[in-house]
Design a protein around this ligand. Sequence first.
Ligand code: 1KN
Length: 482
Amino acid sequence: MIKKVILITAIVWSCINTASINAQQAATTAQKTIALQHGAHGVGRRRDAAMEKWRAYGLGQFVHWGLYSIPAGEWNGKQYNGAAEWIKSWKEVPATTYDSLMYQFNPTKFNAESWAATAKQMGVKYVTITTKHHDGFCLWPSKYTNFTVANSPYKKDIIGPLVKAYDRRGIDVILYFSIMDWHNPDWRYDIKTREDSVAFDRFKQFTRNQLLELLTLYPAAKGLWFDGTWDKSWVKQAAFADSLEKEMRAMRPGLIIGSRFRADEYGKRHFDSNGNMMGDYEQGWERKIPEKITDVHGNDWDCVMTVPENQWGYSKIWKGHIKTTDELLEMLAKCVSLDGNFVLNFGPKPDGTLRTEELDLAKGIGAWMDTNSEAIYNGEYAGLVKQDWGYYVKKTGTNKIYMLVFNVPVSGALNVVLPSRTAISKVYDLGGPGLSYVPEEIGTSTYFIHLKQQTFKRPFVLVLETADNSKNSGAQYQKAKT
Ligand code: 1KN
């Protein structure tokens, strides 16, 4: 068992960590285009309303909830180092004992409305919820397996009330679904024998049934977030996965599916053999953020992030560095400045409540968003050279550029370099009415904004309203002769 886990983990690591690098290599080294049946079915961004809306979300929430929240990273008094939601795969955890956690799943304090209210207060525009993680336990009463919430003491559907509660508050719901399934006896890591092939064919039908079931039961859900798609067994299913994807899209116009769902016929994931992204947005940014705009190749993307280093499901003890509100806000700012969304993970407790650390973060982020969300929603890459004070975000379809300030220089002067035909007509702080600035022009389309104080407790946002250069001083700045 341990060997298996190590091997899987190694495969997973190599896939996840190299996804974006592979993409880059594929994009730069692909000399000629090869004919692909199951590669990308479209190049460039989707421009329909559903995807335009996704692009504008800015901030999202991820929820990992399932049986693993009960042991919470601890088995027989021993703490495990890995992610709590992977506990079933540790060698000390017998599969059947783990599966019998179903009979303990009874979140009597679960209240979908209160989760959605917390998310709303935090300012998220979408939520991704685990319907079934790798352990195979279904949070909805699937008719295709007995391993569901319906057979737990709780009995009731979890997904339905969540979809309703979030949707009612204007927060779009995406359903997380793990293809890899440690409960279904037909699941295989690879297909080596005839028996494997027969079993995996049954597994494929099971997967299709469950996905069509989810789309039927929850018509309000806007997309599917796939995970556990890296094993050889699934990577070999290019034709099946492609046709299933088409079937789901036909069933639900506007459906959003990331780049993690399927491989092409050569086994390439995320980006096909021609370097084109498969799916609607790049799903390779897990617990990491691109450095520069060229890293994202003009694609849509989002970053999913944990609060501690690597815990998605609830774990009793959060070890190591715990990210603070301001660190998370900086990640949010960075993502939006590079055309992505930022999605923060929550791992609810087995009783159905959220841990106080997460509630506090939601509150802190929400308080900042109350003042500054204008710089997040509908924000996009501003096309400007990044400055040391923080991140520029351009507001789609406006003349506004936002400066999301995280570092104030000792001089108190923030450097702003705009394109040469752009002037600043107005500068003000989102945090206070009347807090406005007169920029000092120090060069061609280059300004200092002199702050009125140098100590700030929290990151803040300045709005630059821009105009064409008719308002420029007309000063001539001489170039050096070298
Ligand atoms: C290093 O290998 C993995 C494998 C699966 C890292 C993470 C994951 C899963 N994806 C995240 C979104 C969580 O669901 C985690 O369990």
